[in-house]
Design a protein. Structure first.
Length: 265
């Protein structure tokens, strides 16, 4: 499947979801603001930093430094090509997956409901401006880190390896898309599947960059952490202060420990 065909399929699949046009309460983009206030900014930063999808990849990037695991995993992936079959195919797939993550974000934004009395274009533009801004900030932060670290790529062609720009860009779009999915009037199973698509696009892009010999594993792990942090921060600070996201919950009682997830709406 080509890049255009795959992206068009994602767009069509989300836009055909039922009951996504209007909402009884505040709609997507109705709470978007450029002046969130310090309390909201601080809460957004805490939420982004404490998210497992932020600190988990960072921890992984640290672990693969032990006993040169970073380089050993890269050599295995580029030699065996277990998913994409060749380095060239993996490099092409990373472009396709990155483009698909952008299309998926746009599709979920278009499919999200607007509130009663809301102007569709106004709220869409306000909400979309947050996504565009998050993407630009992610790109800028990635470029600054590349220039500061000057890490050589596994294929040796440049010193712009750390972190992975493909991965950070795909992950910020996937994170925002997953947040948008929480607005859709779909079943729990459909919502979980759509969130899985978003996560899969991010992870797939990351692995394709490793298998294509464009990045070390630690490059893509830090790219994922960076993209996720900025995505959560942008959503909480500038778009949706309610934070409609799955959060891990641990409850301790005399009968034992309960592990699970909660979701705010």
């Amino acid at each position: 499947m080509g890049k255009r065909a795959g992206s068009s399929f994602l767009l069509l699949a989300v836009l055909l979801l039922p009951g996504c046009a209007t909402a009884g309460g505040p709609g997507w983009g109705s709470d978007a603001t450029l002046t969130p206030g310090w309390d909201r900014l601080a809460a957004a930063a805490r939420a982004a930093a404490s998210s497992p999808e932020t600190w988990g990849p960072l921890a992984g990037a640290g672990l693969v430094q032990i006993d040169h695991a970073d380089h050993r995993l890269s050599r295995w992936a580029t030699r065996e090509n277990p998913v994409f079959g060749s380095q060239d195919a993996a490099a092409t797939a990373s472009d396709v997956l990155l483009g698909s993550s952008m299309v998926f974000y746009a599709a979920t934004a278009l499919a999200a409901p607007r509130g009663h009395g809301a102007t569709w274009a106004e709220h869409e533009l306000r909400g979309a401006s947050v996504g565009v801004g998050a993407g630009l900030v992610t790109g800028g932060a990635t470029e600054l880190l590349k220039r500061a670290t000057k890490r050589r790529r596994p294929n040796g062609i440049s010193t712009t390896s750390f972190p992975s720009g493909h991965t950070s860009a795909a992950t910020v779009m996937a994170t925002l898309a997953a947040d948008n999915v929480a607005w859709l009037d779909v079943s729990g199973g459909e919502r979980l599947a759509l969130k899985g698509v978003a996560g899969g696009l991010s992870v797939g892009t990351a692995w394709a960059r490793v298998e294509g010999k464009r990045h070390w594993p630690s490059d893509v792990l830090v790219g994922m952490a960076l993209g996720h942090f900025i995505g959560v921060f942008a959503d909480r600070a500038f778009l949706d202060p309610r934070g409609a996201r799955l959060q891990p919950v641990v409850a301790v009682s005399r009968d034992g420990v309960l592990l699970g997830f909660s979701q705010q709406f």
